[in-house]
Design a protein. Structure first.
Lengths: 301, 449
């Protein structure tokens, strides 16, 4: 596939800048594990949220089987708390826990080369359980809707990604397009939703130094029929998220991420042949995370 | 310069991160259908044979009033109402505004029992008294926690304690009541036309949830007034009217619906009060009109001067009765919720959930006034039909043959007890008095809520 190879070489130009010839090609590793604390600020249809977390994170990207396999993962277990500005002051206090896990394993077809076609699959899940002190989870309907923030919030996705991987001993560039099935469990007031999504992702890693990741996606859910009003509703979504994670000599890492997502609904009434396209308030998020490695690097690299 | 202005406006718009788009722009080009020429008296509504079925919440979303109220298509089409004007004000209970009504022109409404009192924080009983000002300088807590404190498991004795806890006062002012010397026009409306003394706020909470009920048939996830709004894809009375070819308009010089939907001036279907007066004068009313006063000035929300709000209401009335469309108009004058002011009637239990498969936190709020002003309103009539704000949309649904939005409005009555469409009755309407004056002279400081 000479054409594909040429394209791969072209895409790898930026990543190859500064690559040393003596870097081991088949082994790449950028992994952090340690205690983390983060601060999150988000605006959702459930209100403005200021949350903090404390816990442990294990995140990385690494090759296995002589560069054939490129694995990315991110796992977090944390206690989480904060306030949700979904009502008049003093706002709604929330406390609970949060866990997430994501793993993507991809095959590099030209594993002996810097550049390779990449085919990967990802499983991802996110679960947050937060309650308001004094109220059980089943009593959260006594408060304003907090479905994307408080109560039991869970979503997951299954992804297939196809793209290009460029790899050296110190750098990794992964450019992919993907399709995925994403699902959200029902909230107190909102129904569960599933989306078929497509998107693009670009990730650059500098071993034990830096991760840059940008991802955009759009998707559409299945039509939900509401026969009582002779109408059906189809939801679609689109969003973008970006992450910068820097690792200091000590092994301490700092991550800054942001996201923007909007859900759109298309409601059609059959009898009257009228349609309404609505847009929910956008979900915007910002997160600052600091990680302290379990194994402190006293030597400084 | 224009480009800079546009960029500035875009930047400001971006500062409202929770602004949703309701997709209702079709209303901008909709034309109000002409009133059928043959509307008039002589409509006889059937006896209510479905009350038991409604009481057991048998009907669901999508049900039409032919099944839930037994009104057949021919009768419905002959109802001589084609313009429904909903004037919803803010935060006054029935007893607070009309506690003297039983003795001042409408003996049909239930009088406040002489034994009714609330204990203050020291346990001393506070009895209702005549208000000494129409500018009460306090705004008692009136979100869900406060209102349930006031209701106190149907004892209706927590109003003073709640007000003392949530305002810098002893809370006794929430027991104050007005009479016809202070609010002559409001009392005139209540004694000239038809009033229901069993009209309850649909949720024991504040503005946003209660207003959502009369547009959506549910609170749609909103319990307390704050920063959460219903999803714009929620089926609403606006959608149902458009689907059926009927028009609506929202008229205010402030944010519509007191902010409950996060709609703004300039949004589709939102117009100024002057546009409403013009529509009355020129006979160009939409089919359904939503009217909101300017917050804390005209909407009667404390700390507003009630007499200013009363004068504003009379302006609407004056334009309405002079309108060429008066004969097909009904004004529904009500308040969104009781606002923490005392009322002696405990809200009944058993209201139907909007979604029977997912019954939400519920419970009616205290009574609020509901007066129907129309050529077809019963004269000097007091109804005791138990209802809430979803009776307003059920009335709209009945007149325009629309399906119910939820299980709540599906099982609700439709205000028809307040109307008389028969021929041969006295249609005379005496001259209305001016609004009251002298209750206070200035607007006090505005509270946050």
């Amino acid at each position: 596939m000479p054409a594909l190879r040429h394209l791969a070489l072209l895409l790898g130009l930026c990543a190859t800048a500064g690559a040393r010839a003596d870097e081991p090609l088949l082994r790449y590793r950028n992994v952090q594990a340690g205690a983390v604390a983060d601060f999150q600020l988000s605006s959702t249809s459930g209100g403005l949220a200021v949350l903090g977390e404390g816990g442990a994170q294990f995140v990385g990207i690494e090759t296995f089987r002589q560069g054939r396999l490129l694995v990315q993962w991110d796992a977090l277990l944390a206690v989480r708390g904060g306030v949700l500005g979904n009502t008049a002051p003093p706002f709604t206090t929330l406390i609970g826990g949060h866990t997430m896990a994501s793993v993507e394993a991809g095959y590099r077809f030209m594993h002996a080369s810097h550049s390779s076609l990449y085919l990967g699959a990802r499983l991802s899940g996110d679960l947050s359980i937060m309650a308001h002190p004094g109220l059980s989870l089943s009593q959260l309907d006594r408060l304003n809707a907090m479905d994307s923030v408080g109560g039991v919030v869970a979503h997951g996705d299954v992804r297939v990604a196809l793209g290009y991987s460029w790899l050296s001993g110190r750098k990794s560039l992964l450019l992919t397009g993907f399709v995925q099935e994403a699902g959200y469990i029902p909230g107190v007031f909102t129904p569960g939703l599933g989306y078929t999504e497509a998107g693009v992702s670009a990730r650059f890693d500098l071993a034990q130094r830096l991760t840059l990741h940008v991802e955009g996606f759009a998707g559409r859910g299945a039509k939900r029929t509401e026969p009582s009003l002779d109408t059906d509703l189809q939801s679609s979504t689109a969003g973008i998220q970006a992450l910068v994670r820097g690792v200091f000599d000590s092994g301490v890492w700092l991550a800054l991420s942001g996201s923007y997502q909007r859900e759109l609904d298309h409601r059609a009434y059959h009898t009257s042949h009228t349609v309404y396209d609505t847009a929910n308030a956008p979900n915007m998020g910002f997160q600052l995370l600091v990680g302290l490695p379990f194994q402190w690097n006293h030597k400084h690299r | 310069m224009n480009l800079r202005l546009a960029l500035l406006l875009c930047a400001l718009a971006a500062c409202d991160p929770q602004k949703a788009d309701w997709g209702l722009s079709a209303i901008r080009t909709m034309k109000t259908p002409a009133d059928p020429p043959n509307l008039g008296c002589g409509v006889t509504l059937p006896l209510d044979s479905t009350a038991d079925a409604r009481a057991s919440c048998s009907f669901g979303r999508g049900a039409h009033t032919d099944t839930t109220l037994g009104i057949d298509a021919a009768t419905r089409a002959a109802i001589p109402i084609r313009h429904i004007v909903i004037v919803m004000k803010e935060n006054r209970s029935f007893d607070h505004l009309f506690g003297a009504l039983h003795d001042r022109g409408q003996p049909g409404v239930e009088a406040v029992p002489s034994s009714y009192a609330n204990p203050d924080e020291n346990g001393n009983l506070v009895y209702p008294t005549l208000a000494t000002t129409t500018c009460i300088p306090y705004d008692p807590g009136h979100q869900s926690v406060s209102v349930n404190t006031c209701i106190d498991e149907s004892r209706m004795d927590g109003f003073v304690r709640n007000a003392a806890k949530t305002t810098p006062s002893d809370g006794s002012y929430v027991m104050s009541q007005y009479d016809d010397t202070q609010l002559p026009f409001y009392y005139w409306l209540a004694t000239t036309f038809a009033i229901d003394d069993r009209h309850f706020a649909p949720l024991a909470s504040g503005t946003y949830a209660n207003r959502a009920f009369y547009m959506l048939g549910s609170n749609a996830g909103v319990v307390d007034t704050g920063l959460v709004y219903p999803s714009p894809s929620t089926p609403s009375i606006f959608h149902l009217l458009l689907n059926a070819g009927f028009t609506w308009g929202v008229y205010t010089d402030d944010d519509p619906f007191d902010g409950a939907f996060d709609w703004k001036k300039g949004d589709a279907g939102v117009y100024s009060m002057q546009a409403l007066y013009d529509a009355f004068d020129h006979g160009t009313l939409p089919n359904v009109v939503f009217v909101d006063g300017e917050e804390y000035l005209e909407d009667d929300h404390p700390v507003a001067d009630l007499q200013r709000g009363e004068a504003w209401t009379k302006t609407i009335y004056d334009h309405a009765i002079a309108s060429p469309q008066w004969q097909t108009t009904a004004i529904l004058f009500t308040y969104d919720e009781a606002g923490g002011f005392a009322d002696h009637v405990p809200p009944p239990a058993g209201e139907c959930p909007p979604d029977p498969s997912n019954p939400p936190f519920a419970g009616l709020g205290p009574r609020v006034p509901m007066i129907v002003v129309s050529p077809w309103a019963r004269r000097n009539y007091a109804s005791h039909v138990v209802e809430d704000h979803t009776a307003i949309i059920r009335f709209v649904e009945a007149v325009f043959d629309l399906p119910a939005l939820s299980g709540r409005d599906a099982n609700m009555t439709a205000l028809f007890d307040l109307f008389d469409f028969s021929c041969g009755r006295d249609l005379f309407i005496p001259t209305a008095p001016a609004a009251g004056t002298g209750g206070c002279l200035h607007k006090a400081d505005q509270p946050t809520y």
